[in-house]
Design a protein around this ligand. Structure first.
Ligand code: ZN
Length: 146
């Protein structure tokens, strides 16, 4: 979904801060056929502003699945937990790569709920990770922690 009220300056700042990667599945915008969205972590309907602390760069796949949700069930316990918050939490605290870097694994209730809700291991995304791994362009810098 486009956000026409966000200025170019804000959009560029969010994309730069994210290193050009979706802040959930870590897909790289430069390899995506669709343009990425600037996503409101807490929806505007909840009365929040366009403050940079409430914005994240998101691919269309993650953005469409998130919509206005901020919590989802942990698939292990069934308990509703907050979704990953890219501004307040570190990706590597909640997620890890599988041994071959093709799949995102949830390490915490929030991580697991986010993997499930956003389907972070969508087939096309997994295929792209494998191809990019072959050419040395995956995972994105800073997420290689074993
Ligand atoms: Zn994504």
């Amino acid at each position: 979904m486009s956000e026409p009220r966000l200025s170019d300056k804000v959009r560029k700042a969010v994309a730069f801060r994210a290193g050009g990667c979706c802040e959930y599945c870590l897909s790289q915008a430069r390899y995506s056929p669709d343009s990425f969205s600037i996503e409101h972590i807490f929806p505007r309907a909840a009365g929040v502003t366009d403050d940079l602390d409430n914005l994240a760069l998101s691919c269309q796949g993650c953005n469409n699945r998130k919509y206005t949700t901020t919590s989802a069930p942990d698939p292990v316990t069934g308990e509703s937990v907050p979704l990953f918050h890219p501004r307040r939490q570190q990706w590597a605290d909640h997620f890890a790569w599988s041994d071959d870097f093709s799949h995102v694994l949830g390490l915490t209730p929030t991580g697991r709920a986010t993997v499930e809700k956003f389907q972070l291991n969508r087939k096309g995304v997994v295929n792209l990770r494998r191809v990019l791994r072959e050419v040395g362009d995956h995972p994105p810098h800073g997420t290689e922690r074993e």
